[in-house]
Ligand binder design. Structure first.
Ligand code: A2P
Length: 269
């Protein structure tokens, strides 16, 4: 028996929901996912991010995280890097089922289909944890109503960092409700840069060489019919932006939809 009085639950500041962790999965020593309960008042658009974190010394310690679960999911899911000396992720990587996490009440962001003009193919380009918003968008029925094809291109250093590979390759096509909708529409294109893999190289190189288009059987990127979302490191976003703008793409925003949108894969510490 432990006779110590139960620690009083920390008071959750009004800007946050306090949610209970329901699942944790460690992909590698640099990458993990977790799920938590979702307040019925928490509404978001697929592709948006919220401030997520923990109470530390009586104060909220939070970072921007894209919601990785679809809008229809009862729970919320997030994908995070682990940095041993990162103020938040050094702690967050140890969360366990039953722990409380903070979920900011005001999700926002630019990686939403409303910020793009109508088009034929939606290209979702990510490096690392930049995959997170696409995990939400790729499970959103509305996305398949808007586009004929949806490509998820994920580049990582090592094969083990291809988080949720089975979701794209196995689970989604077999999914009870989404399976029929994604069949023939959703194309998953993983690539790896620092290990042997069937597709090696950075997304920028795969676009410039034309290999991705040949592999997928799609025409090269053209603002007349393609729409692109970018979510990766600062360097990846910068290089992809230059590449797209060189091909005539125009950045969209909440005020004016365009032919591409971009957001940083936020959490780096
Ligand atoms: P590389 O291994 O050639 O650096 P990180 O884990 O550092 O965030 O990187 C994730 C992936 O993004 C890696 O495969 C990395 O390739 C790739 N990457 C890094 N910089 C760029 C860039 N400027 N353009 C495209 N991909 C990039």
């Amino acid at each position: 028996m432990n006779d110590a009085p139960a620690a009083s639950a920390p008071v959750i500041p009004a800007a946050y929901f306090g949610e209970r962790v329901t699942w944790v999965h460690h992909w590698t020593d640099r990458l993990f996912s977790f799920r938590c309960t979702r307040d019925t008042a928490f509404r978001f658009r697929a592709g948006e991010f919220a401030m997520i974190g923990l109470m530390v010394n009586g104060k909220p310690l939070v970072r921007a995280y894209s919601v990785a679960s679809p809008t229809w999911d009862e729970e919320l899911e997030f994908l995070s890097i682990k940095v041993q000396d990162g103020p938040l992720t050094s702690r967050l990587q140890h969360v366990q089922v039953g722990d409380t996490v903070l979920i900011g009440k005001k999700p926002t962001g630019t990686l939403v289909t409303d910020n793009l003009l109508p088009g034929r193919t939606l290209w979702l380009l990510a490096t690392g944890t930049g995959l997170a918003p696409y995990l939400s968008l790729a499970r959103e029925p509305d996305v398949y109503e808007r586009y004929e094809k949806v490509v998820v291109a994920h580049t990582v250093r090592q094969v083990a960092e291809l988080a949720h590979r089975e979701l794209f390759e196995r689970d989604l096509p077999a999914h009870e409700f989404l399976g029929e909708m994604v069949a023939g529409k959703l194309l998953y294109y993983p690539s790896v840069t620092r290990e042997p893999f069937r597709t090696q190289g950075r997304i920028t190189d795969l676009i410039q060489s034309g290999r991705i288009f040949a592999d997928l059987g799609l025409p090269a990127l053209d603002p007349a019919h393609d729409r692109v979302m970018l979510c990766g490191s600062e360097a990846m976003n910068r290089d992809c932006k230059a590449l797209l703008e060189g091909r005539g793409f125009v950045e969209g925003s909440n005020n004016a939809p365009g032919t591409y949108v971009v957001e940083k894969a936020f959490v780096t510490k």
